[in-house]
Write a new protein. Structure first.
Length: 312
């Protein structure tokens, strides 16, 4: 069946019947608005949009995969502020001929990714559109701590990373060349493994700045450097290239470090910490903050692609 066959409200009923709700959800779908508990009296909020053909392709992943990716992009932003995600709001614009089951499986993926952090899909909107578009808003709780912003890095701080970079970019390259292996890389593109708990952990450790690596490590660290008025240097030897990535790079004529330094969508967290902080896993040092401006790699300007820019 197509979504046109069940209609807007029929599809809403089918989707919402598949959802479950965490403890922060005081009132879920069914009214004009959901009600979410905010014990901190502040709400962290972030929005991302995914457009078919620009951010995803249905032949490169299942609807459930795309749901995981859409949720992860927003949940990671909350974690990067040092917060714990509590809820997602989802707007879905779709062609009437889209299969009803595809929309239901998308909802399953969104809900499953949210559930990994105890959050819930609590509402949203649906509309007809010639282009399949998914817009997700995430809400989160700061737990009584100040938000960890991009503007607090100071000279002498240690740059650290939680999670992995380059895997999703390598998977995207593999898929764009018409291949489906190595599975490690393709699955990293389809469903990023985000270290959500590392965000609140970093806040508790006294992180001075933090960012979700969504567009590329060098590009996103550039945002931190500009906001903080500092220079950031990344050590290339801090990154271990897995055999699958090395083999794929050799087969495709690519540089694996270009994926690791300039590739996005793994949603690792990069943060700066005062010197002397004992960094527990999954955090690992990858560079230093100094006086100056911009981002360098091994003390030199980075000449590769720093990351994704939607309007270039």
């Amino acid at each position: 069946m197509r979504v046109a066959d069940v209609g807007e409200f029929g599809l809403i009923e089918r989707v919402t019947s598949r959802l479950t709700y965490g403890p922060a959800t005081l009132l879920g779908p069914g009214d004009d608005a959901a009600v979410i508990a905010a014990p901190d009296a502040r709400v962290a909020a972030s929005t991302d949009v995914l457009v078919e053909g620009r951010h995803f392709r249905r032949d490169w992943g299942s609807a459930r995969d795309i749901g995981h990716r859409a949720a992860a992009a927003n949940l990671a932003d909350i974690a990067a502020m040092g917060g714990t995600p509590t809820a997602l709001l989802v707007a879905l614009c779709m062609p009437p001929e889209l299969e009803q089951s595809w929309a239901e499986e998308l909802a399953d993926g969104l809900a499953a990714e949210a559930a990994t952090v105890g959050a819930s899909v609590v509402g949203g909107d649906m509309s007809s559109s010639p282009t399949l578009t998914i817009a997700v808003t995430a809400l989160g709780d700061l737990g009584g701590r100040p938000p960890v912003t991009r503007s607090g890095a100071r000279p002498g701080d240690v740059l650290a990373l939680a999670g992995r970079t380059g895997y999703a970019a390598a998977g995207l390259t593999v898929l764009s060349r018409g291949f489906r292996t190595p599975r490690l890389l393709v699955e990293a593109y389809r469903r990023p493994e985000v270290p959500y708990a590392a965000g609140p952990q970093a806040a508790g450790l006294g992180a001075t700045s933090m960012i979700d690596v969504s567009d590329g490590l060098v590009a996103d660290l550039g945002h931190v450097a500009r906001a903080s008025g500092v220079a950031i240097d990344v050590r290339r030897d801090a990154f271990e290239v897995p055999p699958q990535m090395r083999d794929a790079a050799q087969a495709l004529g690519a540089d694996p470090y270009a994926w690791m330094l300039g590739g996005g969508e793994d949603h690792a967290l990069a943060a700066t910490f005062p010197p002397g902080v004992d960094l527990p896993p999954p955090w690992r040092p990858i560079g230093l903050v100094a006086a100056g401006s911009g981002v360098t790699v091994d003390g030199k300007p980075y000449t590769g692609s720093a990351g994704w820019d939607h309007f270039r």
